[in-house]
Design a protein around this ligand. Structure first.
Ligand SMILES: [Zn+2]
Length: 263
């Protein structure tokens, strides 16, 4: 849409990876990675409360009632039969747990360069040639706490959904859209999971300024993100729901980022 303001993507695409973002793993962490059969691992610094928050959201989405993190910080789906939840989410998470890549979960709360979540490639400090590819998923828990909006949209956008989005980038090598007005390849799969959970779907990948908000008058930059759900009572009509947050706190608001979003 002409003159419509566009802002930074909620996460970067894998194509945007660059060497400068490579992170280094400590030797101690390497040992722990080898001791577990799960390829999704927490950094030791990820607090128990954050692990619980992630596990709670993932249990609700996958229907895996026993899902949790073990004492080594490894994500375990658990042995219990699934109850409800999304089969597609179970497939994705199961593929990541047993897949060829190691995924490291890191608390990136209040980091200005992380807008909700992001995934970066990692690099082993020793014997890199003998080790699997590694990725670091940065999660800004504080950003998610700053969202307000419709209940139906809030249920469809939390740390669990954000984590699955980043995992899909790694597992399926999926990309985010270059143009506004599209959800993109990665979110299309996440939206299938939302449908399976009976939740609203994300309409667009890019968030936009709330109408009436000027780009220069105040420090506060209210932005919004649309979700839609088709309700049986309304037949084929969709109902729209919104999330709203202050981009000056969450991040992703600058002229540079606006340019980056349309590349
Ligand atoms: Zn993405």
């Amino acid at each position: 849409m002409r003159n419509r303001l566009r802002w930074r993507a909620v996460c970067i695409t894998r194509k945007a990876f660059c060497l400068i973002n490579l992170l280094v793993f400590a030797c101690a962490f390497t040992i722990k990675a080898e001791e577990t059969s799960s390829n999704i691992l927490c950094r030791p610094e990820l607090a128990p409360s954050r692990r619980s928050e992630l596990a709670d959201k993932l249990r609700a989405i996958t229907g895996w009632r026993d899902l949790g993190f073990d004492q080594n910080g490894a994500l375990r789906p658990g042995r219990a039969q699934s109850s409800g939840g999304s089969p597609t989410a179970r497939d994705l998470l199961g593929a990541a747990v047993t897949g060829k890549n190691v995924l490291i979960l890191e608390d990136a709360s209040n980091r200005s360069d992380v807008v909700f979540c992001r995934v970066n490639p990692g690099r082993w400090t020793k014997d890199a040639a003998q080790r699997p590819p590694a990725y670091v998923i940065l999660i800004d828990f504080a950003d998610f706490s700053r969202i307000t909006g419709d209940r139906a949209a809030l249920a469809a956008f939390n740390v669990g959904w954000g984590l699955l989005h980043e995992i899909d980038h790694v597992v399926h090598d999926s990309v985010d859209p270059q143009r506004i007005g599209e959800a993109g390849e990665c979110e299309d799969l996440i939206n299938r999971m939302r449908r399976e959970c009976g939740l609203a779907e994300r309409v667009e990948y890019y968030f936009t300024l709330v109408p009436g908000t000027t780009a220069s008058a105040f420090m506060t930059r209210l932005v919004r993100l649309a979700f839609e759900q088709r309700t049986p009572e309304q037949n084929k009509k969709k109902k729209r729901y919104w999330l709203v947050w202050d981009a000056s706190l969450v991040g992703g608001f600058s002229e540079d980022n606006k340019i980056a979003a349309v590349r």
